[in-house]
Design a protein around this ligand. Structure first.
Ligand code: AMP
Ligand code: GLY
Length: 435
C-alpha cells in the first residue's frame, strides 16, 4: 500500500479484542472516512449489533486464524486492543505478511509486559518516574525492603491483568506482596521478578500518544476511576468510569508531558531499534515536582478509550493506518471535538471479586452522536439475547458542552438499561462536576 492510498483511509478494518475498548474502537472506525466494513473478533454482545460491523469468533491468541481472517477479508488495517496478543507477537506475525497493524511488536510491548524493562527505558530516556529497585529473587526483594525500612510499592514484573501492584501501607503488607509474587501468584514463582518503587502522591491522569515509530499525535488527557467504591475507596478495578479532557492537564501541561515523557520514550525505543507503531499509554501521577510516570501500557486504556472515541473525527481510521505504515506525516490531522465526554461503567454484582454472570440485559439504547452504550463483558446466548459475561459489563458514554450535562446524560442513559446485580458508581467525575 502506498502513501496516497493510505490517505484514503482503510476500507476493511479488523479490531482484535472483546472488551468495551474494542466495542468503542469498532464503533469509531465504522464512522471513519473511507471505512466500508469493520470486523471484530472475538467481540462481545454489543459488537455483533453495530451497523457496518461483522463479528467473528477467533480468539486473540490464535495468530494463525487471525492471519487467515486478514487474508480472506482483505483487511487493510488491524487494530489490536489488548496487551496480551501484542506481547505475544501478533503484530510481528501479521506484519511479516505485509498487513498494516496498529499496535507494537513484542519488542515494543515490553513497555507494558515488563516493569523492569520499562523502568530501565525510562531511566535511559530521562523520563520522570519514581525511584525504584528491580529484584529477581525473594531474598533480594526482602533485603531492599528492609534496607529502605519503609513500605514501598510492590510491582510484579510481567503482565498481571492489572492486579500485580500493591501500594503497601505497612512494611508487613509490602513483605506479603513480595512473598505472593515469589509464591507464583502471577506465574513464574521461583523465576519471578519485580520492581520495588518509592511511593509518590498526586492525582492520576492517562495520556495516549498515537505513534508511527517516529512521530506522534496526542489525544486529550483522560482520568480514570480505579477504585470500586464511591469516594475512590475499596479495591482496585480495571476502571469504573472516566472523563476527558481532564482539566488537570491543560494544553501547556499536555505539551510538557509530550516533551518530558512521550517524545523521549519514543526516541529511547528507536535507539533500541524498536519501530513502535501503536499507542503509548502513559499513566501519570501529577506530583508536586511535576508529572511522574506510574506505568506505561502498549494499548488504549479501558474505559478511557470508550470516553475518547466519541471525540474523534472521521480521520481516525486514516490516522491509525498512517501510524501502522510509519507515515503519520502524510495523514490528515485528526480532528478532536472539544466537548466534554463522560463514561460510567456498569459492573456485575461482586466485581472486582467473584462476579455473577449470565444475567439478561434489558432495555434499548441506540448509539447516537451524544450518547453511546458500549458493551464490555456481554455475550449473546443461544436465543440471541444479550447476557452478562464479565466483571465490567457496560460502558455508558455521553458528550455535552460541560461535564455536569455530560454526566447527567450518561446517568440517564444507565437508567434505560438493566440487569440483575448491576452496580455502578454515582460519583464518577466528582472532580469536575458541580452537581
Ligand atoms: P499500575 O497497575 O502500575 O497502574 O498501578 C495501579 C495503581 O497503583 C496506580 O494507578 C496507582 O494508583 C498506584 N501506584 C502505582 N505506582 C505507584 C507509586 N509509585 N506511588 C503511588 N501509587 C502508585
Ligand atoms: N483504565 C486502566 C487501564 O486500562 O489499564
Amino acid at each position: 500500500m502506498n502513501a496516497s492510498a493510505s490517505l484514503q483511509g482503510p476500507a476493511h478494518v479488523l479490531v482484535v479484542g472483546s472488551g468495551g475498548r474494542e466495542n468503542a474502537l469498532a464503533w469509531a472506525l465504522c464512522r471513519s472516512a473511507g471505512v466500508e466494513a469493520v470486523w471484530v473478533t472475538p467481540g462481545n454482545g454489543g459488537t455483533s449489533e453495530l451497523t457496518g460491523c461483522h463479528q467473528l469468533s477467533v480468539v486473540e491468541s490464535d495468530h494463525d486464524a487471525l492471519l487467515g481472517v486478514c487474508q480472506e477479508q482483505r483487511i487493510d488495517l488491524v487494530v489490536v486492543g489488548p496487551e496480551a496478543p501484542l506481547a505475544a507477537g501478533l503484530a510481528d506475525r501479521l506484519r511479516q505478511h505485509g498487513i498494516p497493524v496498529f499496535g507494537p511488536g513484542a519488542d515494543g510491548a515490553q513497555l507494558e509486559a515488563s516493569k523492569q524493562w520499562a523502568k530501565a527505558l525510562m531511566v535511559e530516556a530521562g523520563v520522570p518516574t519514581a525511584g525504584f529497585w528491580p529484584a529477581n529473587s525473594r531474598t533480594e526483594a526482602l533485603s531492599v525492603l528492609e534496607a529502605q525500612g519503609k513500605p514501598l510499592v510492590v510491582k510484579a514484573d510481567g503482565l498481571a491483568a492489572g492486579k500485580g501492584v500493591t501500594v503497601a501501607e505497612t512494611l508487613e503488607e509490602a513483605r506479603a506482596a513480595i512473598e505472593d509474587i515469589f509464591a507464583g501468584r502471577f506465574g513464574a514463582g521461583d523465576g519471578a521478578s519485580l520492581v520495588l518503587e518509592e511511593r509518590t502522591h498526586g492525582p492520576e491522569v492517562s495520556v495516549f500518544a498515537l505513534c508511527d515509530g517516529e512521530r506522534m499525535v496526542l489525544l486529550p488527557p483522560a482520568q480514570d476511576h480505579k477504585r470500586i467504591g464511591e469516594g475512590d475507596t475499596g479495591p482496585n478495578t480495571g476502571g469504573m468510569g472516566a472523563y476527558a479532557p481532564a482539566p488537570l492537564l491543560d494544553q501547556a501541561g499536555l505539551e510538557q508531558v509530550r516533551q518530558l515523557v512521550l517524545e523521549p520514550t519514543l526516541k529511547a525505543l528507536q535507539a533500541r531499534g524498536i519501530n513502535y507503531r501503536g499507542v503509548i499509554y502513559a499513566g501519570l501521577m501529577l506530583t508536586e515536582a511535576g508529572p511522574s510516570v506510574i506505568e506505561f501500557n502498549c494499548r488504549f486504556g479501558d474505559p478511557e478509550c470508550e470516553t475518547l472515541m466519541p471525540l474523534m473525527g472521521p480521520e481516525l481510521a486514516t490516522v491509525l493506518l498512517a501510524c501502522a505504515l510509519g507515515q503519520l506525516h502524510t495523514a490528515p490531522s485528526l480532528t478532536i471535538s472539544g466537548r466534554c465526554s463522560a463514561c460510567v461503567i456498569a459492573a456485575a454484582q461482586g466485581y472486582p471479586g467473584e462476579i455473577r454472570t449470565g444475567d439478561r440485559i434489558t432495555g434499548e439504547l441506540a448509539n447516537g452522536d451524544d450518547l453511546q452504550l458500549f458493551h464490555a463483558g456481554t455475550r449473546r446466548d443461544e436465543q440471541g439475547h444479550c447476557v452478562s459475561s464479565g466483571g465490567r459489563v457496560l460502558a455508558m458514554v455521553a458528550q455535552a458542552d460541560d461535564f455536569d450535562r455530560a454526566f447527567a446524560l450518561a446517568y440517564s442513559g444507565l437508567e434505560q438499561v438493566q440487569f440483575d446485580g448491576m452496580t455502578y458508581r454515582r460519583d464518577i467525575g466528582h472532580q469536575v462536576r458541580s452537581t
